[in-house]
Design a protein around this ligand. Structure first.
Ligand code: ADP
Ligand code: ASP
Ligand code: MG
Length: 812
């Protein structure tokens, strides 16, 4: 004996002739008898209700809406039918549309639109669609749901009288064989007047039929592959949940998962009817199954995340509420009397405040009702505050498995907090099926992203990069990221996504990601004119999760924005030494903001480019070692100069060569003055845990001061004057088998930089080319200091160091 099924097709599924053809195929492929519930053509209910609202406002715009509604239906009929049938169907559709038009014109003339009229109008979309589809599926019959589903007169969202409804449905369809098309959403009250089941209510219609007929299965056909871990319009990485329990589906839909209208679950749950969510556009996909059996969810403690935006939080506060019974009862009764749905409740155990979340559209009425109910308490001060906060959203995570896992709330709020999102209220039921919390509307997207990522895609972490500076280092960095991207994703499950890029003139931001290939052309074509403050503001406004600002400039100005960015929970990776070598207080401030906010402030490349110097130092200090002495050759430029100097290559020539070969700054005096080395030493000493300012470092210059005071042209014109003296000294040095190194040193609170004569056998002696070398003498590395040595300059190694720091940010 064939069993019976109920299938429901939503607005998109019946939104075009092409999709209605798919519906027909799906219906025809069924071997069971079936009741097929259909929604209005997608978007039509909105248009109908809008036309009515326009009509009452006295504008003629309703005519435009009516015309559009007519054209949509006519076009569908035109494409689905042929010949005489087409004319017949057209005629019927036209009559229904005429009827709709008459009611709406009536509204515009009388200037009155009651909820009752609105319900009469609202159901036209389903009446039209169900008629068209029942004609298109030749062997199908049609039944009027509004005659079978009986409700009270709560127009707009009527309550079903189940005993009467079940009897009527069983009488009409109990013995039914074949396919019967029924409009969703529509119902009627005891007087036979039209009512509706609430927006999105066709799902509910289907569940009501399913339960009344005790069918074997309910199928909700829509435009996505199933019930997903999050709203796919917000979270592109959301994926289909294979199976979920009635309770999970109920919670997720209650908290905003639009894929199913929340009241739908109860009737099928009571009868234990398995319910599938399937995709009309992709019928082969398995879909999601909602049943009573325990959630699978072996991999994840939670099933999904959902959210409702535009809610308001009303907080009632007063010391006089503590220990007084009946306050909650009065509060909720007052709200119930106004038909206000409370979405979330949060009460501290001290009972001195209670917060409830309601739809913002209802917040005014709710506040008024509460103030009226507690008028006396407000007057005598037992309640001292009724406060409404708006522009908020509720987010909920749902899953039966939460019951068996610990640490979920901890992980949840930790992740959210690290991303700088403030949590305004929290609620968790004792059933542990759901944790919900309130955030600002403007933080919603970010919250959903971080939570989805940390609970579902823990194997794939995404880091969002905002790059500043696309010169040599920035350019190299992008190339390296591009080359490594695939491998990082595969092996480290790390996705580095470029979401912002700026040079001194232009900036480009795109939360969906900027392809590295061709980014320059895009920056030129689409980039907005930039400037540091504008770029910073745009980054903060974007409020994107796991984000990192990467400074690949040598600009004195860019570090000015670091504090604001860190405060907005954006990590910073910088190749720019200015910040870490600025005033000690500023350096300290940046580090402490980063620590407080749980983000990173990394500058490994500030000393020794790509060499792992600062990280090594941090590891030593963090693990309890104490740095006693630092000796380092930190200037690639100066090392090149003192490696090149020879009888036939005087000092002035080496400076010129350093410049020509790209080892020095455009004005080589910046290197020669030792200032750059001082900055690096400051950073090393600070990272060793000591307080030091620039002025505390003694600089022993090897070129007289006068060369630094004049213009750069004067410098080039005169520098050869030092050659003779240097050559004399060099010969002495050579005879003693020694060489010069420009050394930075710290010991016992004393820091200095300057030229040092180094004898053969010393680790500095054999330092080739422009290499760097750092020696740490510590309590642990005492007799033999720790040595780190290698290329200490160059765009490629610096970019690699920056890249490594970006990867480090992902490990938060
Ligand atoms: P129908 O018209 O078929 O009733 P709806 O638009 O009411 O379809 O519901 C389906 C839509 O719900 C999807 O297109 C999707 O954008 C949205 N949605 C929100 N949350 C979820 C979720 N968790 N899983 C699947 N879809 C969701
Ligand atoms: N057509 C109705 C609406 O748009 C009901 C539904 O589609 O479920 O709300
Ligand atoms: Mg729907």
């Amino acid at each position: 004996m064939p069993k019976m099924k109920v299938l429901k097709f939503g607005g998109t599924s019946v939104g075009s002739a092409e999709n209605i053809r798919k519906v027909k195929e799906i219906v025809k492929s069924q071997s069971d008898d079936a009741v097929v519930v259909v929604s209005a053509l997608g978007g039509i209910t909105d248009k109908i209700l809008n036309a009515a609202k326009m009509a009452i406002l006295g504008t003629d715009y309703f005519n435009t809406e009516l015309t559009a509604i007519r054209e949509r239906h006519e076009a569908v009929v035109e494409q689905l039918f042929e010949g005489e049938r087409k004319e017949e169907v057209k005629e019927q559709v036209s009559q229904l549309l005429d009827e709709l038009e008459r009611v709406i014109i009536g509204v515009s003339m009388i200037g009155e639109l009651t909820d009752k009229t609105l319900d009469k109008i609202g159901g036209f979309g389903e009446r039209l669609s169900s008629y068209i589809i029942s004609e298109f599926i030749e062997e199908a019959s049609w039944i009027d749901s509004s005659k079978l589903i009986k409700t009270d007169s709560n127009y707009g969202k009527a309550q079903v009288n189940f005993s009467l409804t079940n009897t009527l449905i069983k009488a009409a369809l109990g013995e039914f064989k074949g396919v019967c098309i029924a409009p969703g959403f529509v119902a009627s009250n005891a007087e036979g007047e039209y009512t509706t089941l609430g927006r999105g209510g066709s799902d509910y219609t289907a569940a009501i039929y399913a339960a009344a007929l005790d069918v074997s299965v309910l199928e909700i056909w829509t435009d996505v592959d199933g019930f997903m871990t999050a709203d796919p319009r917000v979270i592109s990485k959301a994926y289909v949940i294979e199976s979920l329990s009635y309770a999970e589906a109920m919670e997720l839909s209650h908290f905003g998962a639009k894929v199913i209208y929340p009241p739908t679950i109860l009737p099928v749950y009571k009868k234990g009817i398995p319910t599938y969510i399937k995709n009309t556009m992709n019928p082969q996909a398995p879909g999601s199954l909602i049943t009573s059996s325990q959630a699978n969810g072996k991999d994840h403690p939670i099933k999904g995340i959902s959210s409702i935006s535009n809610i308001s939080l009303i907080t009632v506060q007063g010391l006089g509420m503590v220990g007084v019974t009946g306050i909650s009862m009065r509060l909720f009764s007052a709200l119930a009397l106004q038909n206000i749905n409370v979405i979330l409740i949060s009460q501290a155990s001290s009972e001195n405040s209670i917060s409830i979340a309601v739809d913002t559209a209802k917040a005014g009425v709710a506040e008024h009702a509460i103030r009226a109910e507690f008028e006396r308490e407000i007057q005598n001060g037992r309640i001292n505050k009724v406060e409404v906060e708006s522009d908020l959203s509720i987010v909920a995570i749902v899953g039966e498995n939460m019951k068996h896992s610990t640490g979920i709330a901890g992980k949840l709020f930790n992740t959210i907090g690290k991303n700088g999102v403030n949590i305004i209220a929290i609620a968790q039921g004792a059933s542990e099926l759901n944790i919900s919390w309130v955030v600002k509307n403007s933080d919603l997207r970010k919250t959903l992203n971080v939570v989805h990522e940390s609970f579902f895609l823990s194997e794939n972490v995404e880091v969002n990069v905002f790059l500043l500076g696309i010169g040599l280092v920035g350019g190299n960095l992008l190339n390296q990221i591009q080359q490594q991207q695939e491998k990082l994703l595969k092996q480290n499950h790390l996705k580095i996504k470029l979401v912002g890029v700026a040079n001194s003139r232009k900036m480009l931001l795109d939360r969906e990601g900027i392809s590295i290939e061709g980014f320059k052309e895009r920056l030129d074509a689409e980039g907005l004119s930039s400037g540091l403050p504008a770029y910073k503001d745009a980054i903060i406004d974007m409020n994107i999760y796991n984000s990192v600002f990467v400074d690949c400039t040598a600009s004195n100005d860019s570090p000015i924005v670091y504090a604001d960015l860190l405060n907005a929970n954006v990590s910073i990776v910088t190749a720019n030494k200015v910040a870490a070598s600025s005033d000690y207080d500023n350096y300290k401030k940046l580090k402490s903001i980063a620590q407080k906010k749980g983000v990173k402030f990394l500058f490994e490349t500030n000393v020794g480019a790509g060499l792992p110097i600062i990280n090594t130092l941090n590891d030593l200090v963090n693990s309890g070692d104490k740095i006693l002495k630092i000796e380092a050759v930190l200037s690639g430029t100066l090392n090149f100069i003192f490696n090149t100097i020879a009888a036939d290559v005087p000092l002035s020539k080496t400076i010129q060569l350093a410049k020509e070969q790209g080892y020095s700054e455009p004005d080589p005096r910046i290197d020669l003055s030792g200032i750059d080395v001082v900055r690096k030493l400051l950073i090393l000493v600070r990272e060793s845990g000591y307080k030091i300012e620039k002025e505390d470092v003694k600089i022993n210059t090897f070129i007289p001061d006068e060369y630094f005071n004049g213009s750069i042209d004067d410098f080039w014109a005169n520098i050869s004057k030092v050659d003779a003296d240097f050559e004399k000294r060099r010969q002495v040095l050579e005879a003693e088998n020694k060489c010069w190194r420009f050394v930075a040193k710290y010991e016992n609170g004393h820091s200095e930089v300057g030229l040092q004569e180094v004898a053969q056998g010393h680790p500095f002696f054999d330092l080739q080319g422009s290499n760097n070398l750092v020696m740490f003498t510590s309590e642990r590395y005492n007799e033999f200091p720790m040595i780190i040595k290698g290329y200490g300059a160059g765009a490629a190694v610096t970019a690699a160091g920056v890249f490594a720091d970006i990867i480090r940010v992902s490990n938060i």
